[in-house]
Design a protein around this ligand. Structure first.
Ligand code: BGC
Length: 628
């Protein structure tokens, strides 16, 4: 009861919405315990083991699923089926994986902005863009479509939502955050979990959600990914970081992932106090560690792996995500051997193991995995592309729309504008120019951990900024791509203020996790893995025009031709610093975040007045401060 009162008062403090939890997983406790009682210790340890599919192959192949009695598997950042990431290949592969299990597997994917591991999937805007829509109902629909899509591929567990209220935009995961305001995050997290899990009559009909990363991942000192949070005042820390979780608890998220980060020097995996005080009173699902997190904690603390593992399990971690990339164990069996030894030596009690497995099985029962199937194959309402387009449109922020004479550029008049100059700095890596790169506008976690540049594995309905503009601009428009003869084109009156618009696209290269940290010297950053971001770019968030683009823009603007700058980024950027500053040197600036598959069309619609800003009062509003 006290817990309920505390929970309710948190929501009153948040000035928020309904609190009743649709499902208490303990309704399955009796059934789960019956199964646990029939299991051997090895089988129980198996349920607690979560390797990646890559680890399974590294360890001799699929038969280990049965011999190690695995509870689940995950597709890690760079997992791709043999023959490529097509839907068919994924389906067949996961079917085969499933066939090897005794107790049906949880199969997890980081579908953080759609079914991103699978080629041609619809990619929705990253969370930072969704935050700017201020539209939780839309996010609920996105979550429902994501659940439908990942189920079609074979997965049943989504490692989302991230509910960090990011406090420092240097953090490489800022784009995974809906906003800096925790009460806003709470509304989105509730909406996401509701849409993805689709609980009815104590049954998960959608997919299991993993709400992450508990707790404080977006509040580390200097925004260092996996770093430390110096907590002086626990109340302030909790008010900033717990609401996102409370939103997810109010919709009965079945799983919580523990953060890599630390609080006052102690990694979250070992923070029994925080889990006991702020997680377990509100949550009856099971707890999973992050990928290799126990290994990382042992390394950070310079303590033996078996001790850190025991302390983590005793703190409340029920399932351990393991990788083959650390020296503590080489095989899945090697890991299980350490866990079993911890039990046999009494470092972990048998009762704690039973509790962990009961928690996992309760959720599997709620998913209908164990016997009958609860999950629905029905398509969610609406058209997925229309929803993705609306989300991308509502996420756009107009940072500026005034030229030197106080005239606005938008909406562009498609009757009279018959020349369109497209500008972008040189391509990065294997990509396209930024105005024609759907991979770039999708960001990290698409096909690969660090994203994939270019238009490979994008659907025929997807639109780059260029294809979007071509669809809505004057049908007879001429296009000029990074043209060299601007002065003569203007002198010949081919291009003029009345008939021409220039569009410049500036973009951050795709990144994920610590690879996206900027200006905080994160020691985890590995330059060899990211050829797009130079060391100098990693020092600050300044975004400038390159020399060639700048000289073109000067010519255009000297002749009164309007320049629209589109910024594709995972966080607010400093765009008004120095003599090449895009903010100063553009007539219009649009922040488009990482808008995904329909991003190009959304930008074009907004530019040409097919989408009208301000139609829904709260849409197109920042959920982070933009330091201009
Ligand atoms: C990330 C998690 C992710 C997990 C599995 C980790 O590196 O921190 O957010 O869910 O990998 O891919």
């Amino acid at each position: 009861m006290r817990a309920i009162i505390a929970f309710v008062s948190f929501f009153i403090f948040l000035n928020s919405y309904a609190v009743t939890q649709p499902l208490d997983y303990r309704v399955y406790e009796g059934e789960a315990k019956k199964i646990v009682n029939r299991m051997t210790l090895e089988e129980k340890v198996g349920q607690m083991t979560l390797p990646s599919i890559d680890f399974i192959y590294h360890d001799g192949g699929l038969k280990v699923i049965r011999t190690a009695h695995l509870g689940g598997v995950i597709a890690e950042g760079n997992t791709v089926p043999k023959g490529g990431p097509s839907l068919q290949n994924w389906k067949e592969w996961i079917q085969e994986i499933k066939r090897h299990a005794e107790i049906p597997l949880l199969i997890g994917t980081d579908a953080i902005h759609g079914d991103q591991h699978v080629a041609n999937s619809v990619i929705f805007p990253q969370n930072i863009g969704l935050g700017a829509t201020h539209d939780p109902a839309l996010v609920e629909k996105i979550a429902a479509w994501t659940a439908y899509d990942i189920k079609r591929s074979g997965f049943n567990w989504v490692f989302a939502p991230t509910v960090a209220a990011a406090q420092d935009i240097r953090w490489g995961r800022t784009y995974e955050s809906f906003g800096a305001d925790s009460s806003l995050v709470a509304q989105f997290s509730a909406a996401y979990v509701h849409g993805a899990q689709q609980i009815e009559n104590n049954k998960i009909q959608g997919v299991l959600t993993s709400t992450k990363h508990f707790i404080g991942d977006g509040n580390t000192d200097f925004g260092v990914d996996e770093g430390n949070v110096t907590v002086h005042d626990q109340d302030v820390f909790i008010r900033t970081n717990l609401p996102g979780f409370l939103g997810a608890f109010s919709e009965s998220t079945g799983n919580v992932m523990i953060s890599y980060s630390s609080i006052n020097g102690l990694p979250m995996s070992l923070q029994k106090e925080y889990l006991t005080k702020y997680l377990f009173p509100y949550f009856s699902g099971f707890v999973v560690s992050d990928y290799g997190a126990i290994d990382k904690s042992a390394k950070k603390l310079k303590k033996p792996y078996n001790i850190v593992l025991a302390n983590s399990v005793n703190s409340g971690i029920d399932m351990i995500m393991i990788t083959s990339t650390y020296p503590f164990f080489k095989t899945i069996n090697g890991f299980q051997h350490i866990l079993l030894k911890d039990v046999k030596s009494g470092l972990i009690s048998k009762a704690r193991i039973d509790e962990a497995v009961t928690r996992i099985l309760q959720v599997k029962l709620a998913m209908g995995l164990m016997s009958q199937k609860f999950s629905t194959d029905a398509k969610p309402e609406g058209d997925e592309y229309v929803i993705a387009l609306k989300a991308a449109e509502e996420s756009l922020i107009i940072l500026k729309n005034r030229d030197k004479n106080n005239q606005s550029t938008l909406p562009v008049d498609s009757d009279n504008i018959t020349n369109i100059v497209m500008l972008a700095p040189a391509k990065v890596r294997n990509g396209e120019y930024a105005f024609n790169d759907i991979g770039l506008q999708s960001g990290g976690w698409r096909i690969y951990w660090q994203g994939l540049l270019g238009n490979r594995y994008t659907d025929s309905k997807a639109s780059s900024i260029l294809t979007g503009i071509k669809k809505v601009a004057n049908k007879n428009a001429n296009y000029y791509f990074n043209p060299n003869k601007l002065t003569s084109l203007i002198q010949r009156h081919t291009l003029s203020r009345k008939n021409t618009i220039a569009v410049v696209v500036l973009a951050e290269p795709p990144y994920s996790e610590f690879m996206g940290d900027v200006g905080n010297n994160n020691p985890l950053y590995d330059a060899s893995k990211n050829r797009a971001v130079s060391e100098s770019q990693r020092k600050n968030l300044i975004m400038n025009f390159d020399a060639e683009t700048l000289s073109r823009i000067k010519v255009l603007r000297e002749n009164g031709i309007h320049v629209v700058t589109i910024v594709l980024s995972g966080r607010p950027m400093q765009i008004n610093q120095g003599i090449n500053a895009p903010y100063k040197l553009s007539d219009c600036v649009i922040a488009a975040w990482l808008p995904g598959t329909m991003g190009g069309q959304a930008i074009a619609n907004a530019m040409f007045g097919l989408y009208r800003f301000g139609e829904r009062s709260k849409a197109n509003t920042l959920s982070f401060n933009w330091p201009i």
